[in-house]
Design a protein around this ligand. Structure first.
Ligand code: GH3
Ligand code: MG
Ligand code: MG
Ligand code: MG
Ligand code: MG
Length: 308
């Protein structure tokens, strides 16, 4: 532990240092309360041995100030003082001290008290580390439930909840909301030709092509399932959504992913359907259905195209 020894008497500081030497801690020193507060503000400290009577800020005031400043943090503060009455003892503990030792210094009691405080301090650190690890695991779990493993795009669950939220917002604010559904053309044949791992890599690239076309942070690109992708475009009318869909179609095509089995060109292409809410639909799923119908038309009309 890093132990800060606070005392206005140099002789006392040296005595304490001598007494703690055998415990193997790192020691630092402060000559008064103000010094101590400055040190705590600048450096990490694990335990303080605190004198009470000191010029400027005394030990009681310094302890109160530390507990106030470090409200969400804690390390042990042990008082070392000549005031042996109950009143003084109470003042020390109520100010935020954890133990109260008397001068003249009893070496054994000081050592044992430091050992006892260290035990509590380390247990607290351990709990803190566990808490941190749990938070990290929770973040990772949350990510897994909201994002697609392969492409890193939002997953279907994320799409559904985001669309519901954005739809309600669009309704309330009487603003347009567009949904695009894109589906890779002849992807089954691609898998048959190049194998499933190559198919996965292709889907990752398609995802990157899609994400690369979205410039606003409120737009959400999702992997809806298999080789189908959806995009939510809040506050976007049909004209704007059509532009985005066309840019995505081009970006996918221009990735130039070879696809010898395609009937379109010898590369991967995507068909897209676009639907825009302008007060006519009642629910998010209805917009999605309209975009899906448009996608079906795009497939029927020859693929590698968009329909609305
Ligand atoms: P269309 O042009 O009409 O869309 O034809 P298609 O072959 O793309 O459509 P179909 O729905 O018949 O086939 C989709 C294929 O996508 C079938 C499935 O094996 C493949 N697929 C779905 N998810 C994945 C995946 O995660 N990885 C890989 N490699 N393939 C996938
Ligand atoms: Mg003193
Ligand atoms: Mg499909
Ligand atoms: Mg299909
Ligand atoms: Mg397909």
């Amino acid at each position: 532990m890093k132990i800060l020894v606070v005392d206005d008497s140099k002789a006392m500081r040296m005595l304490v240092a001598e007494c703690l030497k055998s415990l193997g801690h790192e020691l630092a020193y402060a000559e008064n309360g103000a010094d101590c507060l400055q040190y705590v503000a600048d450096y990490a400290v694990d335990l303080i041995l605190m004198d009470v009577e000191m010029p400027s800020i005394n030990g009681i005031e310094a302890t109160k100030a530390i507990r106030e400043i470090k409200k969400d943090d804690w390390f042990p503060i042990i008082f070392l003082t000549t005031h042996s009455d109950d009143d003084s003892f109470a003042k020390g503990i109520l100010a935020g001290g954890d133990a109260y030792l008397l001068k003249p210094l009893n070496t054994v009691r000081l050592q044992l008290t430091v050992i006892a405080m260290e035990r509590i301090y380390l247990m607290r650190q351990k709990l803190f580390d566990t808490q941190k690890a749990l938070k990290q695991v929770n973040l990772e779990l949350e990510h897994i439930t909201l994002f697609d493993q392969l492409t890193g795009l939002a997953n279907r669950r994320n799409f559904d909840s985001t669309l519901e939220r954005q739809f309600a917002w669009a309704k309330r604010n009487k603003s347009p909301l567009s949904v695009i559904i894109g589906d890779v053309d002849y992807f089954k044949v691609f898998n048959d030709c190049y194998g499933h791992p190559a198919g996965d890599e292709c889907l990752s690239q398609v995802a990157r092509a899609i994400a690369g076309q979205l410039k606003r942070s409120i737009d959400l690109a999702c992997r809806y399932g298999g080789e189908e992708f959806t995009i939510i475009l809040p506050e976007t009318d049909m004209q704007g959504a059509r532009k985005v869909a066309e840019m995505i179609r081009q970006a996918v095509f221009e990735r130039n992913i070879p696809h010898a089995g395609s009937n379109i060109a010898d590369r991967i292409s995507m068909s897209l359907g676009v639907a825009t809410y302008n007060g006519q639909y009642l629910t998010g799923p209805e917009i999605t259905k309209a975009a899906d119908d448009a996608l079906y038309q795009a497939k029927r009309n020859g693929r590698n195209r968009i329909e609305v």
